[in-house]
Write a protein that binds this ligand. Structure first.
Ligand code: AP5
Length: 213
């Protein structure tokens, strides 16, 4: 199955993608993770992306298209995938359509996780991440040992863009550039809307039901 997870920054896309990839046995394609890795390694893409990410702005569409296309060419995507954080703009949705027409890859469903904006700052400022990809929250999903990852025993850190002033920019960018995608995919007839303002498990149950899997 080929799925897009759509929603506000901190709306739970990464958390639900991790659960879904286990269930469906398909890879999670997070453009945010790919970009953070590129920044960490200091690649040409990472150097270009860093200033946008630090400011809570979207990385230019032309950089994202190449990155996504390259990832889709890898063998592990043949049986399906979960996009987490892509597309983020109408231009990216059109780029994806163009790639789809060329490669025959077509998206089955777009899951929109709907969370009220007032919950977002709390979710993001309490998030703690691990280099292995595991994500926690100091209140709603604390690790067993404070500051230590349950999965790999690595040291948890707070993402640079999870500071309050950057969070506000990210929300503004979402409202201006990503929100129009809800209507876009509704018109395509593949949008499934999920109430994201419930426990992680209940959101997951609703997604499973919404996807009919
Ligand atoms: P990216 O990494 O994609 O960030 P984001 O979309 O802002 O999403 P997040 O990863 O912050 O949140 P999430 O929805 O995955 O929530 P999570 O599950 O972690 O992008 C970062 C930057 O990269 C962008 O700002 C941009 O610069 C660039 N970028 C990336 N993709 C791009 C693209 N396509 N185009 C252009 N630029 C791009 O949950 C958040 C917290 O809440 C966690 O602590 C979690 O434990 C907790 N939580 C989750 N679910 C629940 C629940 N149901 N109840 C309570 N707590 C919950």
């Amino acid at each position: 199955m080929k799925i897009i997870l759509l929603g506000k920054p901190g709306g739970g896309k990464g958390t639900q993608a991790t659960l879904l990839k286990e269930k469906l046995d398909v890879p999670q394609i997070s453009t945010g993770d790919i970009l953070r890795e590129a920044v960490k390694k200091g690649t040409p893409l990472g150097k270009k992306a860093k200033e946008y990410m630090d400011a809570g702005k979207l990385v230019p569409d032309e950089l994202i298209k190449g990155l996504v296309e390259e990832r889709l060419l890898q063998d592990d995507t043949k049986g399906g995938f979960i996009f987490d954080g892509f597309p983020r703009t109408l231009r990216q949705a059109e780029d994806l359509e163009e790639i789809s027409e060329r490669t025959g890859i077509s998206i089955d469903k777009v899951v929109y996780i709907d969370v009220p904006t007032q919950n977002i700052v709390k979710r993001l400022s309490g998030r703690r991440s691990c280099g292995c990809g595991a994500v926690y929250h100091i209140e709603s999903k604390p690790p067993k040992r404070q500051g230590i990852c349950d999965v790999c025993s690595g040291k948890l850190y707070q993402r640079d863009d999870d500071k309050e002033d950057v969070i506000n920019n990210r929300i503004e960018q979402y409202e201006a550039q990503t929100m129009p995608l809800i209507e876009y995919y509704k018109n395509e007839g593949i949008l499934v809307t999920i109430n994201g303002d419930q426990s992680i498990n209940d959101v997951f149950k609703d997604i499973i039901k919404g996807l009919g899997i």
